[in-house]
Design a protein around this ligand. Structure first.
Ligand SMILES: Cc1cc2nc3c(=O)[nH]c(=O)nc-3n(C[C@H](O)[C@H](O)[C@H](O)COP(=O)(O)OP(=O)(O)OC[C@H]3O[C@@H](n4cnc5c(N)ncnc54)[C@H](O)[C@@H]3O)c2cc1C
Length: 455
């Protein structure tokens, strides 16, 4: 049955959801507080690029936009760790050639999604934001009007007004848990004729403990660079406001990157600071006519590259449920019981991944762990896949992946203790241990790795 659906937020998740709903014949109205992003040059300091992985790719396919992956992204096949001592350590992401990530400009993707949503009938209202929401009378109030709704979707990001209003209605306090880490976007321009000055197919990572630098390629030969620092530590972007300090920081810790950034000082001083946190919200829906999706429901830190991907997975989940012709109430109930647990799992895995990025990535023990794991994964892909592979290249529920993480870690560490070096591990013995510990978990959860990775 065709419904009238009001979405608050025309970001990545709200726009993608609008496409899928409009294609299913629903009347979709989207209210976005900012001006139309397609009219703006991409806002300074916020043109962050993102990686799309399996869950994002599936949602793009669901709305008929899989061509974006081929036409608008740069393949990212591994990470290149640049250590303090100047060494480079390449860590491939996947163990098979078709397993890689896709880097895309957030602004460009957002523009494409809004245009597609309009094309299939969704109506966008820019510079329109709720000042309050009456959940009893099913009405959104803005500065200028009162808008009744039938179904309301809160897709207005980590600092969601719809979430705040809903929690206020329930008498519950809103909670965004700070990581205590802030970030600043910087930039490496392209070389002559749009050439890439460093490997375009790697995520470049400079782990330095309490701070780190990351660079990801754009289609035009440039790189978006992000500096993350710990609030209150010796190196804290909030305390750096002079050219001298910026150059000193980069000369000491990121000299190779510094050479590639002619506008370092200007970008540093002009671009805003971003702050990272985890949205802790138990109430995603009233199981009737209101639901939160994407960052509004489960905002997370970006270190697993899964914020947008998990938000897109919310959309895929809802599309699949709506196609069963169940009532909205029933769909929202299922979403709340299944997807909320997955949201929680990826939030926690993303927090754990922060330490991998900032501290462990360049550490010899960690490198050995990864090498051992990849050797086992390659030998028995139908029996063992790393949690990174499952998160990034399959649609296996985040919750399941998190539930077997410790078992996997114990298994690899045990093999390393017994055999010392990754290449000396007795694979037959590893297989025996997998069959005893991990295989029963996969069977219980009805997960067949050979099918999950053949998408
Ligand atoms: C540095 C960094 C790197 C990241 N890298 C990745 C990555 O590689 N891969 C990945 O999957 N994710 C990544 N993420 C996370 C990703 O950006 C978010 O998860 C994603 O943007 C969430 O989409 P959303 O539509 O839910 O929210 P948003 O993108 O925040 O969109 C919300 C929209 O709602 C609008 N809005 C806000 N308030 C109101 C209001 N009151 N009324 C109306 N409209 C409103 C906003 O203007 C915005 O357009 C990264 C995040 C950061 C910070």
């Amino acid at each position: 049955m065709s419904e009238s659906v009001t979405i608050v937020g025309a970001g990545l998740v709200g726009s993608l959801f609008a496409i899928g709903l409009a294609k299913r014949g629903h009347k979709v109205q989207v209210h976005e507080k900012r001006d139309d992003i397609r009219k703006l040059s991409i806002p300074g300091g916020r043109s962050i690029n993102l990686v799309i992985t399996s869950r994002g790719a599936k949602a793009l396919q669901d709305v008929g936009l899989q061509k974006i992956l081929d036409q608008d992204t740069v393949p990212i096949k591994g990470r290149l760790i640049r250590t303090k001592s100047g060494k480079e350590e390449y860590q491939p992401y996947g163990v098979f050639p078709d397993e890689f990530n896709h880097s895309i400009s957030r602004g460009r993707l957002n523009c494409m999604l809004i245009s597609e949503a309009e094309k299939v009938g969704a109506k966008f209202h820019f510079e329109s934001e709720p000042t309050s929401i009456d959940f009893q009378k099913k009405t959104i109030h803005t500065q200028t009007e009162s808008i009744p709704y039938q179904i309301l979707i809160g897709a207005d990001g980590a600092f969601s007004k719809t979430r705040k209003e809903y929690l206020k209605h329930l008498g519950v306090e809103d909670k965004v848990e700070s990581l205590g880490v802030s970030y600043k976007e910087l930039f490496i321009p392209s070389g002559t004729n749009n050439t890439f000055l460093i490997d375009k197919n790697a995520l470049h990572l400079w782990p330095r403990g309490s701070h780190l630098l990351m660079a990801l390629a754009n289609l035009d030969g440039s790189f978006t660079v992000t500096l993350y620092t710990t609030d209150g530590s010796e190196i804290d972007i909030h305390k750096i406001d002079q050219s001298k300090q910026i150059q000193a920081l980069f000369s000491k810790h990121y000299q190779d990157a510094q050479k590639l950034m002619p506008n370092l000082e200007k970008n540093f001083l002009e671009n805003p600071n971003g702050h990272l946190g985890t949205v802790r919200c138990k109430n995603w829906t009233n199981e009737k006519d209101f639901i939160l999706i994407g960052d509004a429901a489960h905002g997370l830190v970006p270190f697993y590259g899964q914020g947008m991907n998990s938000g897109f997975e919310d959309c895929s989940f809802l599309f699949e449920m709506l196609d069963t012709n169940e009532s909205w109430e029933s769909v929202f109930r299922k979403f709340n019981s299944v997807q909320r647990m997955n949201g929680l799992a990826i939030q926690n895995m993303a927090l754990a991944h922060y330490h991998e990025f900032s501290d462990r990535a360049g550490d010899m023990e960690f490198i050995k762990f990864k090498q051992a794991e990849q050797r086992i994964e390659k030998a028995f892909p139908d029996l063992y896949r790393s949690s990174y592979s499952m998160v990034t290249y399959s649609l296996i529920p985040y919750r399941f992946i998190q539930s077997i993480q410790k078992l996997q870690e114990d298994l690899i560490l045990r093999m390393l203790r017994e055999f010392g070096e990754p290449e000396k591990i007795d694979l037959a013995l590893a297989k025996k241990h997998i069959a005893k510990t991990l295989t029963p978990k996969l069977i219980d959860a009805n997960i067949d790795l050979s099918e999950e990775f053949s998408l």
